[in-house]
Design a protein. Structure first.
Length: 155
């Protein structure tokens, strides 16, 4: 059985994080399996955890009255789910549903925020990583919008 720190060393989000910092972060993590069909977050709910997905798939989206969940993105191995835990008032902005059994490390957000406040260097390293995730997701959303609303191809 691998330790949380060993699992994080294999995850692309944490792989190049200093080993001592990974150990600190691992202290807030728990290895979990989440069954297909489970809901990991609901818009407006408390953002008190986040996940480092090791395998499986999660759909992230918004609920439209009468149409159900509109998928914005599908996350899988190597992805991070959740960043609202970083910003007060710590509430989710999206829903997330497990499409296939997920194996992940689930992090206690309050635990990690506390560690980051005690060690601003660690906090900055993590915020830089989350900023990269936010940037990637914004670029992806922009491309999807261009595809959806762009000018039709003449023909």
């Amino acid at each position: 059985m691998k330790t949380i720190a060993e699992l994080l060393a294999e995850h692309r989000f944490f792989r190049d994080l200093d080993a001592a910092d990974r150990d600190v972060v691992a202290g807030c993590g728990q290895n979990v399996t989440v069954a297909e069909g489970s809901t990991l977050m609901r818009e407006g709910g408390p953002a008190d955890v986040f996940w480092a997905i090791r395998s499986g798939q999660v759909r992230v989206g918004v609920v439209h009255p009468g149409r159900g969940m509109l998928t914005l993105e599908t996350l899988d191995e190597g992805d991070i789910l959740g960043w609202s835990w970083l910003f007060p008032p710590y509430r989710w902005h999206f829903d997330a549903v497990v499409d296939s059994d997920v194996h992940a490390v689930r992090f206690d957000a309050a635990c990690l925020r506390d560690k980051c406040e005690r060690d601003p260097r660690l906090g900055f390293a993590l915020v830089q990583r989350f900023a990269r995730v936010l940037d990637e997701r914004l670029v992806s959303a922009r491309l999807r919008l261009l595809d959806l609303y762009g000018d039709p191809v003449p023909g």
